[in-house]
Design a protein around this ligand. Structure first.
Ligand SMILES: C[S@@+](CC[C@H](N)C(=O)[O-])C[C@H]1O[C@@H](n2cnc3c(N)ncnc32)[C@H](O)[C@@H]1O
Length: 378
């Protein structure tokens, strides 16, 4: 039964390739370890967090008959994949953002461990704060992505954290005994960046746990920001594609008082962080933070300028195709004469791709690690 269900799951609209899978051994292990708890639950008592493409949610619905499942997926692409995989199980779950309505009254949380410790910390803190006092968390992942620090992070919000036995290079951690010191809210984290070489004097950054680079400045972003004065001077509408904490979008809005910026990210944590970063720097009215998959929702010929520090992984999988998929639509969305500015690790060599898919592309700069290119839509 489960193998039949799992065989039908797809990653779409995320990147699909023969070596990329919609279900892995850690999904199966989490469901197996939770089998007893799942059979005892009432409708509405199960929460699923970090489900990659729906295996946990649909597995719990199909194998244990769970209904009223509340689901939080930071990634919009994961959420769209769950919707597209759900079929006749579509009414067994509801998607939520990371807040009280996701977790209130929850007695069991199944979780794919997120990549970053800060993200795990924010999730664990939310569970301890909002779920039922006797909640059990069964969190799993692939051994190669797990560290002992994950136990320590869970132990900040739970009295008892234990590791299960490894199976097929996967393991679960079980946490019980939620505790939540009311005065210890660690997210969003904030910092104030002051970097003499950058085109803005000072930038306050707000970062939720899952946001790329946290409240620090990524080195690639830092390099791209030094080219801000060279970017299309008469631009009225810009897009920050994959906005993370909103550092690029906010810097553009601060440096150019007439510019409107749409900051796009598929991550819930990134969109919330971008909103807060823009507000904290007084440009919230000119920065729209949108949770969207790449440029799919953007109208044709609607932007004068797109800036992008693209991702190099999808979930835990490092794959060059992720960035290319994200940039694929830039030509359609740019107005004629519009510019796409991209920073990437030089060895990735995206320039030929940009030449072919967007328009004439030149190298604007290069340092020991990164290349910045500008492509012009003809
Ligand atoms: C390398 S980070 C750059 C973040 C930020 N612009 C910065 O420079 O610090 C790439 C960002 O792309 C986002 N991303 C990945 N896939 C995406 C997609 N399909 N659509 C929109 N954003 C995506 C990630 O969530 C991440 O925030």
């Amino acid at each position: 039964m489960s193998e039949h269900l799992f065989a039908t799951l797809r990653r779409w609209p995320d990147l699909e390739a023969p070596n990329l899978f919609a279900v892995d051994a850690s999904d199966r292990l989490i469901l197996d370890e939770a089998a007893t708890e799942l059979s005892d639950l009432q409708a509405g008592e199960l929460v699923v967090m970090g489900d990659n493409y729906g295996a946990l949610t649909l597995g719990a619905a199909a194998l244990s008959g769970c209904r009223g499942i509340r689901v939080f997926q930071d990634s919009l692409v994961g959420e769209l994949a769950l919707t597209s995989n759900a079929g006749e199980l579509a009414d067994s779950y509801e998607s939520h953002t990371l807040n009280e309505s996701l977790l209130s009254g929850a007695r069991l949380v199944l979780m794919q461990l997120p990549r970053s410790l800060a993200e795990l910390d924010e999730w664990a803190q939310a569970i301890a704060r909002f779920a039922a006092h006797d909640v059990t968390v069964i969190a799993g992942g692939r051994l190669k992505h797990m560290t002992l620090s994950m136990n320590e992070v869970l132990a900040r919000s739970f009295n008892d954290v234990s590791a299960g036995r490894a199976r097929q290079k996967s393991r679960t951690l079980t946490a019980v005994g939620a505790r939540h010191p009311a005065d210890d809210l660690r997210y969003p984290a904030t910092s104030v960046l002051r970097e003499p070489e950058l085109p803005v004097d000072e930038l306050t950054v707000s970062a939720h746990g899952g946001a790329f680079a946290g409240a620090t400045l990524d080195l690639g972003t830092r390099f791209l920001l030094t080219f801000l004065p060279e970017m299309k001077s008469d631009a009225a509408r810009a897009i920050d594609l994959g906005s993370g904490t909103g550092v690029l979008a906010t810097s553009l809005a601060v440096a150019r008082p007439k510019l409107s910026v749409v900051a796009i990210d598929q991550s819930t944590a990134a969109v919330a962080s971008t909103r807060e970063t823009a507000d904290a720097n007084g440009v919230g009215a000119r920065v729209e933070a949108a949770r969207e998959d790449a440029l799919t929702e953007r109208p044709t010929a609607s932007a004068d300028l797109i800036v992008c520090n693209p991702p190099f992984h999808t979930g835990a999988t490092v794959h060059a195709g992720v960035a290319l998929r994200m940039l694929a639509d830039a030509r359609r969305v740019l107005k004629p004469g519009g510019e796409l500015w991209v920073v990437f690790n030089t060895h990735l060599g995206y320039r030929d791709y940009l030449n072919r898919t967007v328009g004439p592309t030149r190298q604007a700069g290069r340092n020991s690690k990164f290349t910045v290119t500008v492509s012009v839509r003809e």
